[in-house]
Every structure is written in C-alpha cells, then in structure tokens.
Design a protein around this ligand. Structure first.
Ligand SMILES: Nc1ncnc2c1ncn2[C@@H]1O[C@H](COP(=O)(O)OP(=O)(O)OP(=O)(O)O)[C@@H](O)[C@H]1O
Ligand SMILES: [Mg+2]
Length: 260
C-alpha cells in the first residue's frame, strides 16, 4: 500500500480536484483499490465523493479526536455518484468542520503527529493506494499526512505567484522525513499553453529540483469545476474530454513513479 499526500500550503491550487480525479482514474481505469482521506475541515472532497452528502456517522475528526476507540476503518465508505451510483474500487473517509477544533485540542496528545500513520498500518493489505487530500496550511493534520506518506504530489497553479512557498514546503517535508529519502513530484495545474512567459519561468525554476517535474500538465478546463458542482468526478460526469485524458496521463505517470 502506497500512501500519497497531495500537498501545498498555498490555497486553491487544485489539491482537492486532483485528489478526486486522480483517485477516480486510478480506481476505474487502472483498477487499483484506492482509499482517499479528506484531511480538510472544508470537506470539499467529501461532498463530491459522497455524491452530495453533508452528514456522516463518523469522520476523520472522530479518528483524530479519539484514536484509541475510533479506528479509521469505521469511517471508510464507498465513493458514490449521486443517490445510487457507486464508484467501484474507490473508498473514502469523510471530513467535517469539527476537524479544526479537534486538531486545536490535540496539541497535548501523545505522539500526535503519528495518529494517521498508526491508523493506516492495519489497512496495509486492504488498499493499493491511499491518497491524502491535505488542507492549505501546515497544521497538525498536514504533519500527520507528511509522516504517513512515502510520496508527495505537489500541484502548482498557473499564476505568477505559483512557486511562492514551494521552498518552504520542501523544507518542511525534509524536516519531517529527517533521514528518509524524500520522494516528491511537482506538476502544473490549470495549465494554459498561451501563458508563455509564466510557463517558461516555471519550467526554468523547476528544471533542477531534486524531485520529479511531471511531464503531465492538467489544462485549465471548465468541465473540471462543473463536475465538482454536480458532486462527481469528471469520469462520471462525461465520457471523454481533454481534462479526462490529462488525469489519465497523470495517473499513469504517478503509477510509474510509485511502482504500484
Ligand atoms: N485544471 C483546472 N481547470 C479549471 N478549474 C480548476 C482546475 N483545477 C482546479 N480548478 C478549480 O479551482 C478551484 C480550486 O481548486 P481546489 O479546490 O481543487 O484547490 P485546493 O488546492 O484543494 O484548494 P484549498 O487550498 O482551498 O483546499 C476549484 O473551484 C476548482 O474547480
Ligand atoms: Mg482542497
């Protein structure tokens, strides 16, 4: 079981959209058994993968709140599109707004940065890939994701400030991973070919990072937002599009890197 964090403390760069559509591709096209965990109290991923549900018996907030009595497995449910459709091979753990409060109150918990790692350990034969959708900050939730993950996928948007904060993020990852090798890949989201000046700048800045700069670029596409509004991954929303092909390529490139 490979655990991948989709991470960038910068907001709105496409973490959640990537988590949804990459995991749908991995499950549907590449037949991997995938678990996605929503680690953001905003719960955007939860709304999409539950087909629009807002209330759950148990969420990741319960797991962080009382890890000894509330195991992660209790919060895992099949991903749905609308009322009836289930996405085969795709499972998720919902989040909710209480997660922020729980995290604030966890600061005195023993080994608080290893809660997720320990909760995932018993599931290691149940899933091929676990995808963690991180919040846009360096909170304890993100640190838990960093500790648990062996691979980091970092989306970079097409704006002029897209690389601001990347060095800080890589420093934080290096620090958390200490002596372990740091495996990460950066990729472009909301890519527009016409944005030549910014594209050249980003290409040159990322040319000699230690990690991989992915060949795949997720182009800017209206269908991506539209699918999320209808609470489904792109793959369920439409049959073919450039965006679907982009996520398919992304899944393929990621699978090659993580050897699954
Ligand atoms: N390739 C794309 N083309 C068009 N719109 C996109 C694309 N990727 C993301 N978006 C849109 O950008 C917005 C932000 O995306 P998303 O929520 O995935 O970012 P995020 O990094 O998870 O944000 P946050 O930091 O708040 O968690 C959403 O409205 C989403 O639909
Ligand atoms: Mg998000």
């Amino acid at each position: 079981m490979k655990i991948i964090s989709i991470i960038n403390q910068k907001g709105g760069v496409g973490k959640t959209t990537t988590a949804i559509n990459l995991s749908a591709q991995l499950a549907k096209t590449y037949k991997k058994k995938v678990l996605v965990i929503d680690l953001d109290p905003q719960a955007n991923l939860t709304i999409v993968l539950s087909g629009g549900q807002f209330e759950f018996n148990s969420t990741i907030a319960n797991v962080f709140d009382t890890p000894k009595t509330h195991s992660l497995i209790k919060s895992i449910i099949p991903a749905k599109t609308g009322e009836s459709g289930v996405i085969e091979n795709l499972f998720f753990c919902p989040s909710d707004i209480h997660l922020s409060k729980v995290i604030e109150q966890s600061l005195t918990k023993f080994q608080r940065e290893q809660i997720l790692l320990k909760q995932l350990e018993p599931l290691k034969n149940d899933f091929d890939i676990v995808i963690l959708d991180c919040p846009p900050n360096m909170s304890l939730t993100s640190v838990n994701a960093m500790v648990a993950s062996s691979f980091f996928l970092i989306p970079i948007d097409g704006g002029s400030f897209s690389l601001n904060g990347l060095a800080d993020l890589l420093d934080a990852l290096e620090e958390v991973k200490e002596n372990e090798e740091l495996n990460y890949a950066v990729f472009r989201n909301e890519y527009a070919l016409s944005n030549r000046l910014i594209n050249n700048y980003i290409d040159s800045e990322l040319a000699d990072i230690d990690g991989t700069y992915l060949k795949t670029k997720i182009r800017r596409s209206e269908a991506i937002g539209q699918a999320s509004v209808t609470t489904q991954p792109l793959l369920s929303y439409q049959k073919t599009s450039n965006a679907i092909n982009d996520y398919k390529d992304l899944a393929k490139e990621v699978l090659e890197l993580i050897n699954v």
